[in-house]
Design a protein around this ligand. Structure first.
Ligand code: HEM
Length: 129
């Protein structure tokens, strides 16, 4: 494994910790109707981070020679990431009632947990036998 690969992997892991932390914090702000959710940096930083998360994941995939839509675990991660982003926008922006937003927030966190499990096991069905 090259140094660059391991640097990129650490970078990938760092962006994952950042996305999870920001998502939990923003969810709490959503629940207590905090105006901080509308702060300029809060509307920018998560998007920049999530772009870097996706880019570093794709970079690792290419260096490994394993690809979304070819290798099952990366296909699962890729589509689950899209689901996480969609659920995240319902939770923090588009959900019309607080009930919907909280449900979407919990679902997004479960999807994030699924992605981490798939990443570690390299198995798209980590909870099946
Ligand atoms: C929210 C989204 C994501 C999360 C939570 C996530 C999580 C992780 C974690 C925890 C690892 C380390 C696994 C280990 O220690 O063995 C990892 C590795 C990896 N991720 Fe992601 N990832 C995400 C998105 C992506 C995407 C979109 C791609 C590519 C399309 C990707 C490609 C990879 C690759 C190729 C590795 C392998 C590194 C290795 O084991 O050498 N990831 N990811």
């Amino acid at each position: 494994m090259t140094t660059f690969y391991s640097l990129l992997k650490h970078f990938h892991l760092t962006t994952i910790v950042i996305t999870a932390t920001l998502f939990v914090v923003r969810g709490v702000w959503m629940m207590v109707d905090s105006p901080r959710l509308q702060a300029r940096w809060v509307r920018i930083v998560p998007h920049v981070n999530d772009t870097l998360l996706l880019a570093s994941g794709l970079g690792l995939a290419f260096m490994l020679g394993q690809y979304p839509l070819v290798n099952g675990w990366l296909t699962a991660k890729f589509f689950a990431l899209i689901l996480y982003i969609v659920l995240g926008t319902v939770a923090l922006k588009r959900g019309s009632t607080k009930r919907t937003r909280i449900a979407a927030w919990i679902a997004a966190l479960l999807v994030l947990g699924y992605i981490v499990t798939v990443a570690i096991t390299r198995n798209p069905f980590p909870f099946v036998g």
